[in-house]
Design a protein around this ligand. Structure first.
Ligand SMILES: Nc1ncnc2c1ncn2[C@@H]1O[C@H](COP(=O)(O)OP(=O)(O)OP(=O)(O)O)[C@@H](O)[C@H]1O
Ligand SMILES: [Mg+2]
Length: 256
């Protein structure tokens, strides 16, 4: 299954992705994690030691130059739109605790959109990873999902928009809902995060009536501590994964 996680900044995308990965690992599944947020921090939350962390793909200038025929950062009126990427996952993937992680990295946007070789390369890689990978793929994304493109969107089985009980993250969810339809995402769901009181669940449901609310995750000291590296994702008690398990079951019950 291919699952993309999105939502407004700070709602808990990376934490959710990491917890979901831990759940899948406990179930013995093979998991490929893709950090597709330019503000990459999935490796930190997973607890990957910096010395074994592979470079973000966008920083592999020589590789991108070789595959697209253009040195990144130089004007490139002509470059290969479909550069070869199928050997990348094995070579540039970080392996840690039975989890595989690919960090896409940041692209500096040039004028007139992003028709640069780096972007063509990353887009093609993302599409390849989603469409051709025969395992669980979890994608930690920014809220701007436009760059996914139709070809990649077709491969995404479910997209989860995380929201907090506030209007700004709900507004972002509406925007993502519209974008997701434009690019052809099939199943979009909402998960409410950082819930403190039951009324906050009602607030989220009431404000997102047109969207499918999959479940809720309470405000949790344990989740906070993982992001502060005060406890390891791998060491937390499985009972902390109960809300994630609930979401996992619901996703599995949806027929494709
Ligand atoms: N359920 C939760 N309970 C308590 N704290 C949480 C919860 N979910 C996330 N957080 C905290 O909220 C902060 C932001 O979380 P996280 O980095 O996962 O969000 P994000 O959406 O990935 O952010 P960004 O947009 O910066 O990538 C972190 O300090 C994290 O510990
Ligand atoms: Mg994040």
């Amino acid at each position: 299954m291919k699952l993309a996680v999105t939502g407004k900044g700070g709602v808990g995308k990376t934490s959710f992705t990491a917890l979901f990965a831990r759940l899948l690992k406990d179930k013995g599944k093979n998991v490929l994690l893709i950090d597709a947020d330019p503000d990459m921090n999935l490796a930190t939350v997973i607890g990957v030691p910096p010395e074994i962390q592979k470079k973000p793909i966008s920083e592999l200038k020589e590789l991108i130059a070789e595959r697209t025929g253009v040195i990144p950062g130089t004007p490139a009126p002509l470059f290969k739109m479909n550069p070869k990427v199928d050997d990348i996952p094995d070579k540039y993937c970080t392996n840690y605790n039975d989890l595989k992680l690919i960090i896409m990295g940041t692209i500096k946007k040039g004028g007139g959109g992003c028709a640069c070789p780096e972007n063509a390369f990353l887009k093609n890689l993302l599409s390849y990873l989603i469409v051709a990978t025969d395992e669980w793929v979890l994608l930690d994304m920014e809220a701007g999902i436009e760059h996914l493109g139709r070809g990649t969107a077709i491969g995404v089985d479910h997209m989860i928009v995380l929201v907090e009980p506030n209007l700004t993250s709900i507004e972002t969810a509406f925007r993502i809902n519209k974008l997701s339809k434009d690019i052809g995402i099939k199943n979009l769901h909402v998960v409410g995060n950082k819930i403190r009181i039951p009324e906050e669940k009602i607030f989220i449901r009431d404000n997102l009536k047109s969207m499918n609310v999959l479940g809720f995750i309470d405000q949790s000291e344990v989740i906070k501590k993982i992001s502060l590296n005060m406890i390891s994702l791998m060491d937390i008690d499985p009972e902390n994964l109960a809300p994630i398990e609930n979401i996992y079951e619901k996703l599995n019950s949806i027929k494709h």
